[in-house]
Write a protein that binds this ligand. Structure first.
Ligand SMILES: [Zn+2]
Length: 255
């Protein structure tokens, strides 16, 4: 079956906004390679739809140039091929997303969001457009929409990060706190979405794919975070350095 037919079978809505996190290694082999996969995704959303992918840099020490700065190697070859494709719009800041379609500019434009996935960021715009999130051969640990949910829920943890931008012609280092951790806990979203029948799953190529509405992901995560703001962090006994750093950043409750 063609990849685009598998995507429709999964529930990708033609004409909608589709945010894709993809592992090409999991999907392959694909006729045409990563470009062939991008073609199939564009066929699935159709000419009235908008395809969106993360496109941030992994380099916090060098100013970002949307035309030339590669996507972080962590994002994989599909994200890198997509941002190079003619006509693709890309944010002008280092926490960039890339998009192609009628809503592309509206999704990627905007000032530097701090933290990176705060309201006003591209991932928030996908949420605002009632977009779908497709995890192609990756789990919710790669699901940036959950970082938006954390911020909307007011999670108390922030770990120090920095980014380098150009201001008045000179590189400037900006320090900020990010709601960051190892993200393994994001896998909890599988159970929350499955329990309500809000995640479609199936094969796309050789990959296991997950599809859910951004708004469902955010709504269910916010409800859990309201009950336990640290629900995504490993417990102290797990010995996870990243989650321990996030936990240590939380100011003790004064009582
Ligand atoms: Zn952890």
């Amino acid at each position: 079956m063609a990849l685009s037919e598998q995507l429709w079978g999964l529930g990708v809505v033609p004409g909608g906004v589709l945010l894709v996190h993809a592992s090409f290694r999991a999907v392959r082999p694909v006729a045409g390679g990563p470009e062939g996969l991008i073609d199939a995704l564009l066929t699935a959303v159709g000419p009235a739809g908008t395809l969106v992918m993360p496109s941030w840099t992994g380099d916090d020490a060098t100013p970002f140039d949307p035309a030339s700065t590669p996507a972080s190697p962590d994002l994989g070859v599909v994200a890198e091929c997509f941002r190079r494709r003619p006509g693709v719009a890309r944010s002008s800041h280092p926490f960039a997303f890339a998009a192609l379609g009628p809503q592309a500019q509206a999704i990627v434009d905007g000032p530097l969001p701090l933290p990176p996935h705060a309201p006003g960021s591209p991932v928030d715009r996908v949420h605002g457009h009632d977009g779908q999130v497709l995890l192609l051969g990756v789990g919710h640990d790669a699901d940036t929409t959950l970082h938006l949910a954390e911020l909307l829920a007011g999670v108390p943890y922030r770990v120090p990060h920095h980014v380098t931008i150009v201001r008045d012609g000179r590189p400037v280092r900006i320090e900020y706190g990010e709601n960051d951790h190892c993200c393994a806990g994001f896998a909890l979203a599988d159970g929350w979405l499955r329990a309500e029948g809000l995640q479609q799953e199936g094969p796309v190529g050789h990959a296991h794919a997950r599809l859910a509405r951004s708004r469902d992901i955010v709504r269910l995560a916010r409800a859990r975070l309201a009950a336990d703001p640290l629900v995504f962090l490993h417990p102290p006994e797990a010995g996870c350095a990243e989650c321990d750093a996030a936990r240590a950043s939380v100011a003790p409750q004064s009582s």
